[in-house]
Write a protein that binds this ligand. Sequence first.
Ligand SMILES: [Zn+2]
Length: 448
Amino acid sequence: MIRPLYALARRGVWWRHGVLAGGKARELARWERRSTDDVRRVQLDLLRHVCTRAFHDVPYYRAALERDRGGVWAFRDVEEFRTLPLLDRSRLRSEGERLVATDRAAHGAAWDATGGSTGEPVRFLRSRASQAWMVANEERMWRWYGVRAGSRQAFLWGADRDVPPDEDERSLRARLLGQRRFNAFLLTDERCEFFARRLADFRPDIVYGYGSALRRFARWLGRAGLRVPAPIAIRSTADVLAPEGRELVTSAFGAPVYDYYGARDAGPIAGECSEGDGLHVFSDLVWVEILDELGRECAPGVSGEVVVTRLREHAMPLIRYRTGDRASWVEGPCACGRPFPRLRMEGGRIGEFVVWDNGKDVHGEYFTHLFYGVDGAVSFQVRQLARRRLVIDVEWDGGGFERTAEKVRRSVLAHLGEDDPDTVEVRRVSGIEPTASGKHRFVVGLAD
Ligand SMILES: [Zn+2]
């Protein structure tokens, strides 16, 4: 079921880890046939292994073990694991090399870095083995979407650094892998028109893109009264699509949308199955916790911060790593029968608050609800400019803006407990600049 050219590329272009990926893809398929209890048991083994190796090979963890536990570590259960300290981006930056395993060379690891969407770019190491697991996970996603490995993929990608210019379709890489990458960093109308033409020629099986880019392009298609050849699946990542954005994308492309959640530093985390009710954690690659602001496990349905431990990365283990993303657990098993627990993602990153002069802190998520189901709102961004000054930029399509703007302004003032009407401004803009990484941030707080 693997396209011959892709299979060749898997062996050739990705030779070192590509060959390994075949076995790893089969291993991941086996995990999906396990029972929930079995998954948890094997996961705990992997978790123990990651921690043990980190305490042995990584200076930062070795020092912590000596300092906090007298050099003794006996991993008995999850409770014990939860006593390990959290790791965040600033620590990753300040500790740098001390988080790298001393046998790094054995992992064939290479440095990579995140963009600035989190406000804190970090460098991290990625081993060949974990690269291979990522390739295997890509193949798993194709399987979930019902497309064969090596199907034609078009990327509407946001990050400038990942996709410098549009990929030349004659490039060897593009031809072997059956991929076309388009830079969706700034989606002007001209760019949308260009994509529409290229997609019509290329006829991809999967369109993979940033949620905000897909939504914007879908909206443009609707306005222009155009259609593109329907792919088998749309894969949306980076920004959470609100329900109406999802509907818009589904109907514009004539294909189902699947959410995918991963991060450069944290690796693949979760993906949506065809049931469309939450994202299954890739339990065979990552251990996920959802924690409240006091670091306690959140009950199902209660939102908190996603904290991950990579189960397959030993060159630079990330243990209890704070992603800054928000999600909640979905209760009960999924109708698809997969044994992996499910997350429900929420827009907004931890820490993006509007902190008002009267001591009122409003979480970024509040603002997303202002525009739910509001016809005309294409996208928006809330920026706090001073202790008592908030600007909401709205990209608006069609008429009726003033009425909505006034309504939004009044609700925000009331929510902030602010009497001076001039402190909040709602403006109509022609477009909203994405951040350097291409992700759309809907709240920019004072701290930024
Ligand atoms: Zn499912």
